[in-house]
Design a protein around this ligand. Structure first.
Ligand code: F6R
Length: 608
C-alpha cells in the first residue's frame, strides 16, 4: 500500500525521491507525487498512474530543492487522480500519508466550519489543514504535530514538510510503519528499510505513537511531549538484494529463489543432530490444548495447511480464522490455546488487529514472519522467522513456501513433544524436508511444461477456472486459484475434490479449464474419480501429478499433464505450491498482464 519517503540533505532531492519511490512500487499504488521546498515555498508534481507518468511530468517541469517528500498512493478515500495524489498541501505544509484517518469527516466538518477550503477527496487533507490551522495560531511545526496527533483516530504513518523550514521534516506513526535512515550529511525517513536501502543501512524505527523531528544530521523522537530514545541498527539490506537480477519479473526471480531460501530457512530449524527443533521456543507443547491460527490471503492458506499438519502429526486441534473476521467478530478463544499469526510483511493491519484481540483474551502469540523488525514480530511473544529475504512481487511465492516449511517444522516439534509422532515417521519427514530444496529446483528446471501451458488457447480465452484437490492439495487448489485470479484476472475457484459434486460441477463445460492436483498417494484414486467426472462432461483437465500418477493415467487424454517429482505426502503441498505459482506466472505472461503489480492490489495491506 502507500509508500512514503522523505529526504533532507544537501544534494538535489527530486531524483533521489523518485528513485526511492521506485523501490516502493512493489507495495502497489495508483498515483504518485513529490514535493520540495524552493526558497521556502512548497512546490509539488503529482500524476495519476505509474511512476513513469510522474517522471514525464518532472522532465517537463523539473523540481529543484534539497529537502522533500514523495509518495506512492493506493486509493482509499477518493479515486486515483492527480487531485487526490499526495503530497497533499496547503501553502504552509505538505503531507504524505499511509493509512486511514478514521475520524476525518468529523475533523473536516470542524475545519470547514473554520472557513478552510478542501481541494481533494482524501482523508489526508484533514492532516494538512489541521496542521495549517495550528501553524496559523502561531504553534511551531513541532507543537502543531504533537497536538494534531492527539486528534487523529485510526492507523497512519505520515511525513510533513513545512514552508519556510528547510531544516526539518516531521514524521509520525500510529499503526503503520515508518523508519528513519541515517546517512552522511543527509537523513531519510520512509515506509521501510527497503525504501532507504541504497541511501543507508543504519535505520531506527518509530514506535507506536512516536513522532520524530528529522534534521540533516540527526533525528529526535517523541512520545507526546516527552523525548524518547530510538536506537539505529544495521539492517543488512542492500540495494543489490532488491534488484531483479537476470529475471524479467520479481515474481519469477522469487519463484526461482525458493530452493535457496527453503534451504536457508531449514538451517534455522535443524539442530546439529539434523533433527527439526524450534529455537528457544517458550511454548510447552504438552500443555497447549488448542491453536488458533490467523492470517490473510495466501498466508491464511499456510495456516489452513498447518492445521492439517498439527492435527495429524501432533493431534493438536487447530481453529483457523481469517484475520479480518477474527478481528471483527471476536470469537471466543479457549484458555490454554495459543494464537499463531502468519505474515510475510508483518505489517498487515487485519492480522495485527486479530493479534491484539488474541492478546487481550490472554493468549500467547507465536508469529511466523519474514520481516524481523515488523510490527507483528514486535507484538509477538515468540517469533519464528522465515528466511525468504525481501519479497517484492505483489503475489506471494517464496514467503508462502517458507511459511509452510516453518509451520511443518513446528508441527514436527509439537508431535515429538506430545509423543504423537514416531521416531521413524519423524526421520522420514525430516529427510523429505532436507531433500525439498533439490526437488523444488527440479520443478523450476522443468519450466518448459509450464511455458507450454501458458500458450494454451484454452487458458487465454477462459472466463473462469477450477482447481481441485483433496487433503493438503485442496488447500493448494485454493492457493492456485488465488494466484491465477490475482495475476490473470480469470475468475478461479479452488475446491475440495469431494465437494465438486455438491455444486461446482455445474460449471463444467468444454471451455472450463480444470486443474486436477493429484500426487499419487492416499487420495489419488478419489481424485481419479473427479478427473473422470470432469472429462465425462467435456471439461478440459490439466493434470498435476508425479511419474507414477502420470503412468496410471497414461491412456487418458488431458489438455496438459504436468509431472512433478515424487515427494513425501506431508511435504507435497510445498512442492505443488511452486507448481501452481508457475502456472499463474506463465498464464499471466502469455496474456501480457502486469505480473509484479497486478491491478488494484497492494503488497503490504496496512489498512483494515
Ligand atoms: C497473495 C498475497 C496476499 C498476502 C496477504 C497477507 O499472493 O500475497 O494474499 O498473502 O495480503 O500478507 P502478509 O503475509 O504480508 O500478511
Amino acid at each position: 500500500m502507500c509508500g512514503i519517503i522523505g529526504i533532507i540533505g544537501k544534494a538535489p532531492v527530486t531524483p533521489l525521491l523518485v528513485d526511492a519511490l521506485k523501490r516502493l512500487e512493489y507495495r502497489g499504488y495508483d498515483s504518485a507525487g513529490v514535493a520540495t521546498l524552493i526558497n521556502g515555498h512548497i512546490d509539488r508534481r503529482r500524476a495519476e498512474g505509474k511512476l513513469a507518468n510522474l517522471e514525464a511530468k518532472l522532465a517537463g517541469e523539473p523540481l529543484a530543492g534539497t529537502i522533500g517528500i514523495g509518495h506512492t498512493r493506493w486509493a482509499t478515500h477518493g479515486k486515483p487522480s492527480e487531485r487526490n495524489a499526495h503530497p497533499i498541501a496547503t501553502d504552509r505544509v505538505a503531507v504524505v500519508h499511509n493509512g486511514i484517518i478514521e475520524n476525518f469527516q468529523e475533523l473536516k466538518d470542524e475545519l470547514v466550519a473554520e472557513g478552510r477550503r478542501f481541494d481533494s477527496d482524501t482523508d489526508t487533507e484533514v492532516v494538512a489543514q489541521l496542521l495549517t490551522s495550528y501553524l496559523e495560531r502561531q504553534l511551531s511545526p513541532e507543537q502543531a504535530m504533537e497536538k494534531a496527533m492527539g486528534r487523529f483516530k485510526g492507523a497512519f504513518a505520515l511525513v510533513a514538510l513545512f514552508a519556510g523550514r528547510h531544516d526539518i521534516l516531521i514524521g509520525a506513526r500510529r499503526g503503520s510503519s515508518l523508519a528513519v535512515g541515517y546517512g552522511e550529511g543527509a537523513m531519510y525517513i520512509g515506509t521501510d528499510a527497503l525504501a532507504l536501502a541504497p541511501f543507508t543501512d543504519r535505520v531506527a524505527y518509530l514506535e507506536e505513537g512516536d513522532w520524530a523531528v528529522l534534521r540533516d544530521t540527526d533525528c529526535l523522537f517523541y512520545q507526546g511531549v516527552t523525548q524518547v530514545t530510538r536506537t539505529a541498527k544495521h539492517t543488512g539490506l542492500s540495494s543489490t538484494l532488491v534488484g531483479k537480477g537476470n529475471h524479467p519479473h520479481f515474481m519469477l526471480k522469487e519463484i526461482c529463489e525458493q530452493p535457496t531460501v527453503l534451504g536457508d530457512t531449514m538451517q534455522q530449524y535443524l539442530d546439529p543432530s539434523r533433527r527439526v527443533r524450534l529455537p528457544a521456543l517458550s511454548i510447552d507443547w504438552k500443555n497447549v490444548s488448542r491453536l488458533t491460527m490467523t492470517a490473510c490471503g495466501t498466508a491464511n492458506f499456510a495456516c489452513q495447511i498447518a492445521k492439517y499438519w498439527f492435527e495429524k502429526l501432533a493431534r493438536l486441534p487447530v481453529d483457523t480464522e481469517i484475520a479480518s473476521e477474527m478481528g471483527s467478530r471476536k470469537p471466543p478463544l479457549s484458555k490454554g490455546s495459543v494464537c499463531v499469526a502468519v505474515s510475510q510483511s508483518g505489517e498487515t493491519a487485519d492480522t495485527i488487529r486479530a493479534i491484539k484481540y488474541a492478546k487481550q483474551e490472554g493468549l500467547k502469540v507465536v508469529s511466523v514472519v519474514n520481516v524481523p523488525e515488523s510490527q507483528i514480530a514486535r507484538l509477538s511473544d515468540v517469533v519464528l522467522l522465515t528466511v525468504a529475504g525481501p519479497e517484492i512481487a505483489v503475489a506471494s511465492t517464496k514467503a508462502f513456501t517458507t511459511q509452510l516449511l516453518v509451520l511443518l517444522s513446528a508441527a514436527i516439534d509439537a508431535g515429538r513433544a506430545r509423543g504423537t509422532l514416531s521416531e521413524e515417521d519423524e526421520r522420514a519427514l525430516t529427510l523429505a524436508l532436507i531433500e525439498l530444496p533439490r526437488k523444488v529446483s527440479e520443478v523450476i528446471d522443468a519450466q518448459e511444461q509450464f511455458k507450454a501451458l501458458g500458450a494454451l488457447e484454452l487458458l487465454a480465452k477462459a472466463k473462469c477456472a477450477l482447481y481441485l484437490g483433496r487433503d493438503y492439495q485442496y488447500l493448494i487448489a485454493m492457493e492456485g486459484a488465488l494466484k491465477l485470479k490475482e495475476l490473470t484476472y480469470i475468475s478461479a475457484e479452488g475446491y475440495a475434490g469431494g465437494e465438486m459434486k455438491h455444486g461446482p460441477i455445474a460449471l463444467v463445460d468444454s471451455d472450463l479449464p480444470v486443474f486436477v492436483l493429484a500426487p499419487s498417494g492416499p487420495s489419488f484414486d478419489e481424485m481419479v474419480s473427479n478427473f473422470e467426472q470432469v472429462k465425462a462432461r467435456g471439461g478440459q483437465v490439466i493434470l498435476l501429478t508425479d511419474a507414477r500418477g502420470a503412468s496410471r493415467l497414461a491412456n487418458e487424454s488431458t489438455a496438459c499433464c504436468i509431472t512433478l517429482p515424487d515427494v513425501h505426502p506431508d511435504v507435497a503441498p510445498i512442492l505443488y505450491a511452486v507448481a501452481v505459482q508457475l502456472i499463474a506466472y506463465h498464464t499471466a505472461l502469455s496474456m501480457g498482464r502486469d505480473i509484479d503489480q497486478p491491478r488494484n492490489l497492494a503488497k503490504s495491506v496496512s489498512v483494515a
